[in-house]
Design a protein around this ligand. Structure first.
Ligand SMILES: [Zn+2]
Length: 120
């Protein structure tokens, strides 16, 4: 368990910038058809703890399957630094791409969670 801290995240070209306040205590990898291709590491946080600082007009939305998750990637560099969704109870959430945090955060592969998104 780690305490909540404010982290900065961005896409590759820097058009999309955000701050998020969260503990990185449930980082996971997902095996769904999209996450498998991206190989990203996810951490969820309540949307209220997320602030998009720049790049709102540079985001392209992509939805698939149940279309509940708003996958947002940068029009310029193609990096999905976060996604929007909910927790299944109507509470707005964001999914942070931990690999997009600056400065980089070490990901402990021995404690990472494995989400079976392929079978949701
Ligand atoms: Zn970009």
């Amino acid at each position: 368990m780690s305490d909540a801290k404010t982290y900065h995240g961005q896409c590759h070209c820097g058009a999309v910038q955000y701050d998020v306040t969260t503990a990185l205590d449930s980082m996971g990898e997902c095996n769904c058809s999209r996450c498998r291709r991206l190989g990203w590491v996810l951490q969820s946080a309540p949307a209220a703890q997320f602030t998009l600082l720049s790049g709102a007009d540079n985001l392209t939305e992509y939805r698939f399957n149940t279309e509940k998750i708003e996958h947002l990637f940068c029009k310029t560099c193609g990096v999905e630094s976060f996604a929007r969704g909910d927790d299944g109870k109507g509470n707005a959430m964001v999914m942070i791409n931990v690999n997009c945090l600056e400065p980089p955060v070490a990901v402990d592969r021995t404690t990472i969670q494995h989400w079976d998104g392929a079978n949701w």
